[in-house]
Design a protein around this ligand. Structure first.
Ligand SMILES: NC(=O)c1ccc[n+]([C@@H]2O[C@H](COP(=O)([O-])OP(=O)(O)OC[C@H]3O[C@@H](n4cnc5c(N)ncnc54)[C@H](OP(=O)(O)O)[C@@H]3O)[C@@H](O)[C@H]2O)c1
Length: 262
């Protein structure tokens, strides 16, 4: 049986949704670990500010415009990133948004728009790099999904649909890629303080959070930080060859009890 060569120390990485929250933190964490990163999002100028900070700190980074809902934009992102950094070793799919709304009230075009971004946008980016990774016989694909797959949350029905739908092909891909050296992994973050939800009207946010309590989905009031999720991504892609993290869920740790009597 041929020995599996270790991953190179320098692994060019593509990060979608790198202008904010989890994607920005993932780009920083990967760069600190010595992997040059291509930061992609629609707000390329924001990505560039972060890329400049990474470069100033000695890391490798390039910022590029990316709209994952567009074939042309994804092709441009991948080819420019590879020209700047080399062949893609790692892709982390962080681009995503939640449009709040009850599933039973969401119009079909609005539902479709959510799927276009969170499901098809991710698929579009992964399909642009996975075949070449398989040909090179190594690579890491990290699908950032959500704990809504395990515990659907109300008032975000189309988002729940998209994240569930994403884990289907991610699981199929994991098997399809078996033996190619490419590891497809699912990372499910729980509630994380990021840009997500920050533009929602306060009354919508209140209703969403009230429902989390009502349905037992908020055990406590703590949230993850984007850097916590980034540490999980780094753990997944840093796993030595011979091991494959197929699914990782990360949740905020509960606050310490004042006192326990049991
Ligand atoms: N926050 C949470 O509680 C939580 C929990 C579980 C999973 N997640 C997942 O984590 C991922 C990152 O979310 P976040 O919490 O970090 O939210 P965030 O701070 O709002 O970041 C979302 C990112 O997605 C990018 N984006 C949106 N539409 C895009 C498009 N069409 N093309 C390319 N990029 C696009 C945004 O950049 P531009 O606007 O500049 O394009 C932004 O960089 C998402 O997939 C989300 O579903 C989040």
């Amino acid at each position: 049986m041929p020995r599996v060569p270790p991953h190179p120390e320098r692994r060019p990485a593509l990060v979608s949704g790198a202008s904010s929250g989890i994607g920005a933190a993932v780009a920083v964490a990967l760069a600190r670990a010595g992997h040059p990163v291509a930061l992609g999002a629609r707000r390329a100028a924001v990505c560039e500010e972060l890329a400049a900070r990474i470069r100033a700190g000695g890391g490798g980074a390039v910022a590029l415009p990316l709209d994952v809902t567009s074939d042309g934009s994804v092709s441009f992102f991948v080819s420019e990133a590879e020209q700047a950094l080399g062949e893609t070793e790692v892709v982390v799919t962080c681009a995503g948004e939640v449009t709040p709304g009850n599933a039973y009230e969401t119009s079909t075009p609005a539902f479709e728009a959510q799927l276009q971004l969170d499901l098809l946008g991710t698929q579009r980016l992964v399909a642009a790099v996975a075949p070449a990774m398989a040909a090179r016989r190594r690579g890491d694909i990290v699908f950032v999904t959500s704990d809504v797959v395990r515990l659907p949350r109300p008032r975000m029905g189309a988002y729940v649909a998209a994240k569930n739908a994403l884990e289907g092909p991610a699981g199929a891909m994991r098997m399809e890629l078996e033996g190619t050296g490419v590891r497809a992994s699912v990372l499910r973050p729980g509630p994380t303080l990021s840009g997500m939800g920050s533009t929602w009207p306060v009354e919508v946010l209140r209703k969403v959070l009230d429902d989390w309590t009502r349905f037992g989905l908020a055990r406590h009031d703590r949230f993850l930080k984007p850097r916590d999720v980034a540490a999980a991504v780094l753990a997944v892609v840093s796993m030595p060859r011979g091991a494959h993290v197929t699914l990782l869920e990360i949740e905020p740790e509960a606050p310490l009890n004042e006192e326990r009597n049991d």
